[in-house]
Write a protein that binds this ligand. Structure first.
Ligand SMILES: Cc1ncc(COP(=O)(O)O)c(C=O)c1O
Ligand SMILES: [Zn+2]
Length: 391
């Protein structure tokens, strides 16, 4: 077993230290309840970039900087190691010289949620957890159902009734119990909290559990490596709960401590649905937290999150990284999806397509320039959204 540098957990809001060897959800300080961030003894690391390069291209190549202490607990379906595609034809047609798409659609279960769930379920196994519950807009539910099946952990999934049928059925195939709710993901979240309190399930909601974030941060490690440890100028991320955004920030801060990257940071851009744009509104109004906004269904189901749990951290990161936030309509999302498909031979999730619509708008506003090195994180595969895409 290789050395692992996982040390403890720290509250993102009050900095209180928490033990990483016990089952934890959020900061136990009653007035705080902040998200917990895994910490590593990075200054003790002897791992080199060359060590990493010699390993299989999946997320466990960064295992020393992931929280699973005993490698025997790793539950893997081959997640991570996704391609960074240069979107030359799309870029050229719309006046971008350095446009890239990191395509997460090839992950197990078809989305980047596989990264988070591989790490979260592995750590749950390490901590002896046997049953978990989650509110989900779709992809996270499918991913946790698959990793739960692989680990022999019982999974209960609460999903809005409007979620495309493909997501629900795939969960059932993996043996998860699917409970459909006539409401949004926030309503599902309340029922999960109740279930966990009453029946002892472990709550694995976005950022109410520390380790999904660790899986997502590997997108940042991978991207840095794929750009030969020189970060791009702009990264666009489809923001629901914001785990990916926080994951990029966490990855880059860790990589700088490791001495693998320098001080340069990309501008991080949060892209939301204009039906659910609480982060956009809070960011532009210079607020420190988000007020819930929900104007109903969007074709990008993963973006119907009225208020991210770690809203304050998301806003701090957008400010620190000189980013911005923008809301996109369903019509613009579907137009962008057809442009990406036609020019790049890639069928993205609507959440990923929203990023392309945002890129065009931000260029028109002179916030992104023609020569910027721009990366769109296509978080999922369009196959599971055909209900939404062609009705
Ligand atoms: C494809 C896709 N992209 C983006 C998101 C939003 O992710 P996060 O909640 O981490 O911001 C989701 C969430 O369901 C998703 O399924
Ligand atoms: Zn705290």
């Amino acid at each position: 077993m290789s050395q692992n540098y996982f040390s403890h957990l720290v509250c993102a809001e009050c900095n209180k230290r928490h033990d990483g060897n016990f089952v934890q959800n959020v900061c136990t300080d009653f007035n705080c309840l902040g998200s917990l961030l895994a910490q590593y003894k990075l200054d003790e690391s002897t791992v080199t970039k060359e060590d990493i390069k010699s390993r299989p291209f999946n997320l466990w190549r960064y295992r020393e900087f992931l929280p699973v202490v005993n490698s025997e607990n790793i539950v893997t379906l081959g997640e991570g190691g996704t391609p960074l595609l240069k979107a030359d034809r799309l870029g050229k047609a719309f006046g971008f010289s350095e446009l890239y798409i990191k395509d997460e659609g090839g992950n197990p279960t078809g989305s980047f949620k596989a990264r988070g769930m591989s790490v979260a379920i592995s750590k749950a196994k390490e901590l002896g957890i046997t049953k978990v519950a989650i509110p989900t807009a779709g992809n996270a539910g499918v991913a946790i159902a698959a990793y739960g099946a692989k680990a022999g952990i019982e999974v209960v999934v609460y999903m809005p009734i409007e979620t495309p049928e493909q997501h629900k059925q795939e969960c059932r195939y993996y043996g998860a119990k699917v409970i459909e709710i006539d409401g949004n993901i926030g309503d599902c979240g309340k029922l999960v909290t109740e279930l966990c309190q009453k029946e002892g399930y472990f709550n694995i909601s976005t950022l109410k559990e520390p380790y999904r974030l660790e899986g997502k941060k590997t997108m940042g490690y991978e991207l840095a490596e794929q750009f030969n440890w020189e970060l791009p100028d702009v990264i666009l991320y489809p923001t629901g709960g914001g785990t990916g955004l926080i994951g990029f920030w966490k990855a880059f801060e860790e990589l700088e401590i490791l001495g693998w990257i320098g001080k340069k940071r990309p501008r991080l851009i949060a892209v939301q649905s204009d039906h659910c744009d609480g982060v956009v509104s809070a960011f532009h109004n210079k607020k420190i937290s988000v007020e819930a906004i929900d104007r109903g269904f969007t074709v990008a189901n993963g973006l119907r999150v009225p208020k991210p749990y770690a809203d304050k951290l998301v806003l701090r990161i957008l400010n620190d990284y000189k980013g911005t936030a923008i809301g996109i309509s369903d019509k613009e999302i579907l137009q962008a999806l057809s442009e990406i498909s036609r020019y790049e031979g890639l069928f993205p999730a609507p959440e990923g397509a929203a990023l392309w619509a945002a890129t065009k708008q931000l260029k028109a506003q002179n916030i992104i320039s023609e020569s910027d090195k721009v990366v769109l994180i296509n978080t999922g595969n369009g196959y599971k959204y055909t209900d939404n895409i062609w009705g």
